[in-house]
Design a protein around this ligand. Structure first.
Ligand SMILES: NC(=O)c1ccc[n+]([C@@H]2O[C@H](COP(=O)([O-])OP(=O)(O)OC[C@H]3O[C@@H](n4cnc5c(N)ncnc54)[C@H](OP(=O)(O)O)[C@@H]3O)[C@@H](O)[C@H]2O)c1
Length: 347
């Protein structure tokens, strides 16, 4: 029997728990370690900590160094943070321990602005240790980069890309609400943005950049505009309610420009319980590719309301590709597409 792929889970928040539950369903994969970034549930069996009715024989540790140096594994799934700085601090020791990494930290998708040197270093460290690191997810990592770029493969030429993604933030908890300023007034929103407490979505600059690089387009600049959306209606969720007159969402637009022309436009609208009639937009993802032939793709259905599932599934399904990749820093477009892995209960 072929050996199973051995995985360590690093981070057991909403995404990390989703990853573990999915890993357990897969035929050729074995969970061999679990690291909690915050130290929550330290010493508990993973099965107990994530609410399963059985133990998995893997204890949660908050000593990343010890786990990385004592547990034999092929790959680490990393789901603790957003920024490149935090991700580098946690993933470099993983690479140095000789293990591949898949991280969902948004800023690891692709270099932006002046941070190319950080990626060059990640690439070098990964190569020196004969392993690979990939940044992925749903967005960034799929709907605004991999998916539109894949569609251009059936075009003779492409002039412009425009995308709009409408996300239901009613699905996410209070900490995410804090990051988008839900329930605040305009003044508090603006102050929160200034202080860096309200960051809205992270990753649009990365997705604009990876699209431009893949198509060989030179950009003069990337602009990002953010504005709050005031709700006229009450929006009730399991995490709380948004009252009329307070912030119920946001609109964020990143544009990649060349000679005053908008070549890549990515619009993200985040709303608490989007209501097509009230908000004038439908939950889901629109991709317009202008060229020969032009394409309009709408991706909706259950998936549109379940970005979390898409995120951890994309990370888990990328495991074989990352293990087989050439050592170094990889991107979602430098690897073959992730395909849904075989389950124990084969269909
Ligand atoms: N690329 C993408 O498409 C994509 C999509 C979704 C999320 N992300 C990113 O992935 C990261 C993880 O997302 P998530 O939804 O899993 O976030 P989360 O639930 O907030 O978990 C993030 C971290 O917070 C800790 N945590 C969770 N619940 C906690 C609690 N009750 N008390 C103390 N600490 C707690 C976890 O700690 P332990 O590790 O200690 O368990 C985990 O490391 C985020 O930074 C997010 O930006 C990326």
């Amino acid at each position: 029997m072929a050996e199973k792929i051995k995985v360590i889970q690093y981070g057991l928040g909403a995404m990390g728990v989703g990853m573990v539950k999915m890993l357990l369903e897969k035929k050729d994969i074995e969970l061999v370690g679990a690291i909690s970034a915050s130290g929550r549930n330290k010493g508990l069996d993973v099965g107990t900590a994530i609410g399963l009715d059985r133990k998995l024989g893997v204890l949660i540790s908050n000593d990343a160094e010890k786990v990385l140096n004592t547990v034999k594994a092929d790959i680490v799934l990393h789901a603790t943070c957003t920024t490149l700085e935090d991700a580098v601090r946690e993933t470099v020791p993983i690479l140095k321990s000789g293990k591949n990494v898949i991280t969902i930290a948004e800023e690891v998708l692709y270099p932006t602005g002046g941070n190319k040197k950080v990626f060059d270093d990640l690439d070098r460290i990964a190569r020196e240790n004969n392993v690979t690191i990939l940044g992925t997810g749903i967005n960034p990592g799929f709907v605004m980069d991999f998916l539109p770029l894949s569609m251009t493969g059936i075009m003779i030429n492409i002039k412009r890309i425009k995308m709009q993604r409408v996300v239901n933030y009613g699905r996410y908890g209070k900490s995410v609400w804090e990051h988008i300023g839900v329930g605040k007034d305009i003044e508090a929103f603006n102050q929160g943005c200034k202080r860096g407490e309200i960051v809205l979505h992270v990753g649009l600059e990365q997705t604009v950049n990876i699209c431009a690089a893949a198509l060989g387009w030179k950009l003069d600049k990337i602009t990002v505009d953010k504005e709050p959306i005031i709700s006229r209606i009450q929006r009730d969720t399991e995490f709380g309610s948004v009252l009329p007159g307070s912030i119920g969402g946001f609109k964020q637009i990143a544009i990649g420009w060349y000679k005053e022309e908008a070549l890549i436009t990515q619009e993200l609208i985040g709303l608490i319980n989007p209501d097509e009639k009230e908000d004038g937009v439908a939950l889901g993802n629109n991709i317009w590719l202008e060229g020969d032939p032009s394409i309009h793709l709408f991706v909706g259905g259950e998936f549109a309301d379940q970005g979390g599932k898409g995120t951890y599934a994309h990370a888990v399904n990328s495991i074989p590709q990352v293990i087989q990749a050439k050592p170094g820093f990889s991107t979602v477009i430098s690897l073959p597409p992730a395909i849904c892995l075989k389950s124990k209960k084969a269909t």
